[in-house]
Design a binder for this molecule. Sequence first.
Ligand SMILES: Cc1cc2nc3c(=O)[nH]c(=O)nc-3n(C[C@H](O)[C@H](O)[C@H](O)COP(=O)(O)OP(=O)(O)OC[C@H]3O[C@@H](n4cnc5c(N)ncnc54)[C@H](O)[C@@H]3O)c2cc1C
Length: 495
Amino acid sequence: MLPSSVQTIVVLGGGSAGFMAALTLKRKLPNLKIRVVRSPDIGVIGVGEGTTVSFPRHFFEYLKLKPQQFYAETEPTWKLGIKFLWGPRKEFYYTFAYEYQHRYPELSRNNGFFYQHDQPYAGRISAFMAHDKAFTKRADGFPEFHNHHAFHIENQKLVGWLENVSRQFGVEVIDATVRPETGPQGITALITDSGERLTADLYIDASGFRSELLGRALNEPFLSFSDALFCDRAVIGGWPRTDEPIKPYTVAETMDAGWSWQIEHETWINRGYVYASNAISDDEALAELMRKNPRIANVPRVVKFRSGRYARNWVGNVVGIGNSVGFVEPLEATALQVICVEASTLADSLIDSLCAPTPSLVTLYNNYNAQAWDDIRDFLAVHYKFNTRLDTPFWQACRNDTKLHDAEFLVDFYKENGPSVVAGAQLLHSSNSFGMDGYLAMLIGQNVPHAKPFTPSTAEAKLWNDRCATWALEARRALDVKQCLDAMRRPAMKR
Ligand SMILES: Cc1cc2nc3c(=O)[nH]c(=O)nc-3n(C[C@H](O)[C@H](O)[C@H](O)COP(=O)(O)OP(=O)(O)OC[C@H]3O[C@@H](n4cnc5c(N)ncnc54)[C@H](O)[C@@H]3O)c2cc1C
């Protein structure tokens, strides 16, 4: 049953989801009494290192936190997007800057039409990525930050920072393993291992894959994404950075039975191979990862997962946030982005309802978050359906069998019309976080054929090449990640 008034909240789970939920709610509704209970025995997932632009927007714009403590405690590096080793091109870049749909005043069409097969970049930010640069240099030598960056962060450091800031704002943290007590109203208490009853008006299930409340206690149905996303495991390793430059992007590389990420931390390079266990064994996946990354220095560990989501996030007096509600592989590094959306929409719902949530509001909350999950499934499906880089049985199956669901019409539109943005907003609903540009990046990047190839006039081709040359020049003069980190640590640095 819905709580008639929400004054107290217990968050079950102290991973990134639990603390992001607690911090968001406490920051937006400071009068709420919020406690986080997390198990010292179960621990946090320990992976989850790439973010999207939603992450800085959530913390520094929506929650208005000061970035200084974040930088000092999480020691992030900057991520401008993803470099895909995917499809027939040598490489292509996915950015957060909406480059393919942009149209310059001197050109008759948007950039997507001008982007050539042998060109690694379609705009200023991807030109920076292609040159391994992050930001331009200000006149005083410091980086000029743009709004198209996200971060690479180690999960443990992220959780540590979230916990510290949560405590500063008055969130209480309890170390205990709990089990739920249920009654006709839903969850009635969380019972700690020492027998203490933790009660609240609203319970947030941030217990990770265990989904203690939403899944186990309330039996909410789980909707699998297995007709679109075939991978169900990852093997994760890494090595200490020596002389490798810090890349301003994540790499996503096609592998025999899945794909591999490379995530850049300042002193550590993190590599993980996401694969389908029905296409390759754990030992074979490990062997392929090691063969392609002989510098891996630790003992890689296997993480199992299932792709999908529970039917509803919010059921009675329980709201699920993070892995307890759903999971997809980190091909677009969307988990933390989803948590931002789940937490901020919950905070806004409580604010607007004066902490007395109504059934219609809860229905909207559930529809909105379900749509966000399904959008991610559909976008990732496009990555699998059209990747022609390898011809292994796994990739043949992906090309043949991946269901596109709601992306089907958009892909058909692209096949008929090319990278046209004429249909604009009609192809996607407004809350789709990837936007038409995200789809264009993947469809053009993978050379998905279409019926409207465009050959620019000599004059227009020159104008486009002039743009490309300008971006390249600017990129060559810009700062790389290491230079930016050094500059950030100088006492005179101001953001
Ligand atoms: C292979 C892989 C790669 C990933 N890469 C990325 C990425 O690049 N970018 C990204 O955004 N995300 C990524 N993720 C996802 C990301 O790691 C998680 O979504 C995110 O950290 C949220 O985790 P969580 O807080 O929901 O769960 P967890 O970190 O698992 O936390 C669960 C919490 O619940 C507590 N708990 C559970 N049961 C109990 C109990 N009975 N009593 C008390 N406490 C309990 C635990 O103690 C813990 O504190 C990746 C995930 C995987 C598997």
